[in-house]
Write a protein that binds this ligand. Structure first.
Ligand code: CO
Length: 151
């Protein structure tokens, strides 16, 4: 496993669309292992492959309940009720902004071996799913800022 550099805001790669993963090989496994190590080292709760400069639809998330690896993730259901809370990103260090995200989402994704799973998450986990899956389409949380209710 190796630490990879996290791409910072301003690098045009963050605005690119990531490609669907078709090969579930040792290269993919190494990428996922490196992403997990890089996320932990940066004290993050999630990381998308584009943030280490790799345009593949791969995400890792760990909100403190164990690591989840999501290959080719898609949101298949989201709640109408929303959470309006602060959000940050390892590619924009030292900043947060308030976003509105669904309170609960259901995600379909593959693991490193290609097996499909359904994941359900609420609150922080739902926010992490939305944030990281947005990265795969070149979308950043700063595109989705709303006025905080405390303003
Ligand atoms: Co991010």
């Amino acid at each position: 496993m190796a630490l990879r550099n996290i791409v910072k805001y301003g690098d045009p790669v963050l605005r690119k669309k990531s490609r669907v993963v078709e090969k579930f090989d040792s290269k993919l496994a190494t990428l996922i292992d490196d992403m997990i190590q890089t996320m932990r080292n940066a004290d993050g709760v999630g990381l998308a492959a584009v943030q280490v400069g790799v345009l593949k639809r791969v995400v890792v998330i760990d909100i403190g309940e164990g690591v989840m690896e999501l290959v080719n993730p898609e949101i298949i259901e989201e709640s109408d009720d929303v959470q309006v809370t602060p959000e940050g990103c390892l590619s924009l260090p030292g900043q947060t902004g308030t976003t509105s995200r669904p309170m609960t989402v259901k995600v379909k994704a593959q693991d490193r071996n290609g097996k499909w799973y359904i994941h359900k998450g609420s609150e922080l986990k739902a926010k992490a799913f939305c944030h990281e899956i947005d990265h795969l389409d070149g979308i950043l949380y700063i595109d989705k800022l709303v006025e905080s209710s405390e303003d």
